[in-house]
Design a protein around this ligand. Sequence first.
Ligand code: AMP
Ligand code: GLY
Length: 433
Amino acid sequence: MKVLLVGSGGREHALAASLAASPLLTGLYCAPGNGGMAGLGGKTQCVAIPATDFAGLANFACKTGIDFAVIAADAQLVGGLWDVLEDAGIKSLGPSRAAAVLEGSKGFIKDLCMDAGIPTAAYRRFRTPEFAKSYARTLGQTGGYPVVIKADGLAAGKGVIIAQNEKEADDAIAFMFDGGFGESGAEIVVEEFMVGEEASFFALSDGTNVVKLAGAQDHKRAFDGDTGPNTGGMGAYSPAPVLTAALEDVAMTQFIRPTIAAMAKRGLNYMGVVYLGLMITKDGPKLVEYNCRFGDPEAQVLLPRLKTDLLTLLLAARNGTLKTLEPAWRDDVALTVVMASGGYPGAYEKGAEITGLDEAAALPGVAIFHAGTERRDGKTFAVGGRVLDVTATGRSVAEARDRAYAAVAKIHWPGCFHRTDIGWRALSRKGNA
Ligand code: AMP
Ligand code: GLY
């Protein structure tokens, strides 16, 4: 089977590695891919078509005889690439543009939670600043600050502002309605701040049947001790000890299944990965947000633990046959440390050569997923903000962490940085150190 994988980050490299190991695969085409993705399993090549070129991707897929396409990122799913590929006759992993509203509109999903009785923060939706400011003030004065201001649409992961006081809330609301996040902020959600520990939980839906995948925990802030600016994610591990077996059952029965059912009731057939962002509060788990795809860097720690063939699972989601499948997982812990370019998530230098990759990859349990890299003349160069996901598996969080950091220590390019405390929450729990 020939598969097209659309995307170019560390998540896509992890997906490519799992797809390349599938007995069903004859060829994997990564558009546009990155410096780590060519040549995997001898069956993988990168194709220089940007993920934003929907017509170009559909053309290529038809010409090449692609049997199945995997769309990895939110921008393409919310933008409707699934619909373009399926209209061209290419079977693809969604969701469709309509069903990607799960991630594409924060207000939609909050309303759906209310209707379906899914626990989430108190909120209201607004299209003009005056009432939004007054509601934020009410929340701040009754429940205390911070309050949370969210652009309704996708904003490259930046659309959430945690306002610490009335002025910050007013400024955030004005910024969004002034077009600070473009069209994404034409409508906003103002909501209560939830206190607790955050975790990511993943499931796969074929529209009717839903199977549990696994949990993970991300580290969103740039620097140690969860300080510094928000990023796409600086490291992760799976499983996440905070998500006990009981909480995973709750995630399936009280969040994911009712959500997919409520979508179906609205005529939205949700087929694809469901990423549930949960806050484990003292009153139990509550929804932070939904995403319509694997997380990055969560995929880099989920997929190395998956025993079941990934391609078989994703095809079953597309074909409506998930009912007969139950994904199996290795008992190992996987942990990934993101190595980034100095300055990320702000401006950063591009083009430095990365050294030590082969030596690092040869260490026990280590797999290095590339994100912002380019290969030229047998050398690897850093060309993105998040550059590498240095991943290791082990029998415990501590072992996976020690292995990952031993590999990180071998890798270098000028200006690179990483967090040194990935896994701290899991390690601070009894029995995990
Ligand atoms: P994003 O992934 O950019 O949507 O980031 C949203 C992040 O903002 C979440 O991962 C949380 O850390 C935080 N967040 C969003 N909504 C809330 C909330 N109601 N209470 C507390 N934190 C929140
Ligand atoms: N790691 C967060 C995300 O993928 O949205």
